[in-house]
Ligand binder design. Structure first.
Ligand SMILES: Cc1cc2nc3c(=O)[nH]c(=O)nc-3n(C[C@H](O)[C@H](O)[C@H](O)COP(=O)(O)O)c2cc1C
Length: 191
């Protein structure tokens, strides 16, 4: 049996091609049930997730992806549209009661937008690890028409798309080799 560090980091790969094995709504829900525990600034939970797992849903999404990304999402059992809620601060009185005016710190709409995006980006990293934790594989992608996805899936809401993550079981035939990573000597400073 693999260790957690092997499952989540050392052996885990971005998936570009999936088998036809389905994933259940319970598995997809479990991903969020893990993500929600990950730490964020002032416990702000800006990440929102829209799971596309029907052929009708994919018909709406696939034309909005960069051309080279469509075949990847087509093979995935489910595609998560990760989004940020620009009104995330509404929940702060409940989620961070230690600071009673936490909601009002985010009154400036431009700064709130940037904060929502930053927090959800952090949570998106946790999301990829949560996919792996529940025994599934992930293919995150930023290459798509964000405004188009927002209009198609989030019209009239305060959600804005950030990434899509293909989810399912890896088809080993379709994997790319691991590219080199930056050495610790170049990436770490000490004092
Ligand atoms: C936020 C994000 C956006 C990405 N966007 C794309 C994309 O649009 N298309 C694509 O084919 N791969 C995309 N990737 C995949 C990366 O190229 C891949 O995760 C990276 O090269 C590491 O690959 P490995 O996990 O196999 O080592 C993206 C990955 C991340 C985390």
């Amino acid at each position: 049996m693999k260790s957690a560090r092997e499952e989540l980091f050392i052996d885990a790969h971005t998936t570009y091609s999936f088998t036809s094995e389905p994933v259940t709504d319970a598995e997809l829900t479990e991903i969020y049930e893990l993500v929600k525990f990950a730490p964020t600034p002032m416990n702000s939970q800006a990440l929102r997730v829209h799971f596309v797992r029907t052929s009708e849903g994919k018909e709406r999404l696939l034309p909005l992806l960069d051309e080279g990304n469509r075949v990847k999402s087509a093979s995935a059992a489910a595609v998560a549209i990760l989004a940020f809620d620009t009104e995330f601060n509404e929940f702060l009185p409940e989620h961070f009661p230690q600071v009673p005016n936490a909601r009002d710190i985010h009154q400036d709409p431009d700064k709130r937008f940037a904060s929502a995006r930053e927090i959800a980006t952090l949570q998106s990293g946790y999301f990829i690890l949560a996919v792996r934790t529940v025994g599934l594989d992930a293919g995150p992608m930023a290459g798509f028409d964000h405004a188009g996805v927002d209009a198609e899936f989030f019209s009239g809401s305060s959600w804005r798309s950030l990434y899509v993550v293909n989810i399912g079981h890896t088809d080993p035939e379709g994997q790319r080799p691991r590219n080199p990573r930056l050495n610790a000597e170049l990436a770490i400073g000490w004092s």
